[in-house]
Design a protein around this ligand. Structure first.
Ligand SMILES: [Zn+2]
Ligand SMILES: [Zn+2]
Ligand SMILES: [Zn+2]
Length: 102
């Protein structure tokens, strides 16, 4: 292997592949100088599910690396009118009781 070869021709990388069974980091290596590049690969998330009964936070976990991602999804009922306060419209989440005003 000649030193500096890749400097002129560019690195000759292998295909992107997962560097470990339990990680979602992909890497590729130069076949000549073994220069290594890493990038975050695609997570394989399971189903979204609620974490707690009276809470609207949903989480899903990557089946490879265990990374968690979450979102909040409220289940609002029908819009209702608050007659005593200048007819504001509001609705209540049936899970966590959060009140949202229009
Ligand atoms: Zn190289
Ligand atoms: Zn992952
Ligand atoms: Zn809610």
């Amino acid at each position: 292997m000649r030193l500096g070869f890749c400097t002129f021709l560019g690195h000759k990388y292998t295909e992107w592949h997962y560097s470990d069974e339990h990680t979602c980091v992909e890497s590729k290596e130069c076949m000549r100088c073994h220069h290594r590049k890493c990038r975050e690969g695609v997570h394989i998330f399971g189903e979204l599910s609620y974490e707690y009964e009276f809470n609207c936070k949903q989480t899903k976990t990557c089946i490879r690396c265990g990374t968690k991602t979450s979102r909040t999804l409220h289940t609002f009922g029908e819009w209702q009118i608050e007659e005593y306060k200048s007819f504001n419209k509001y609705r209540i989440c049936t899970r966590c009781g959060l009140t949202e005003y229009l």
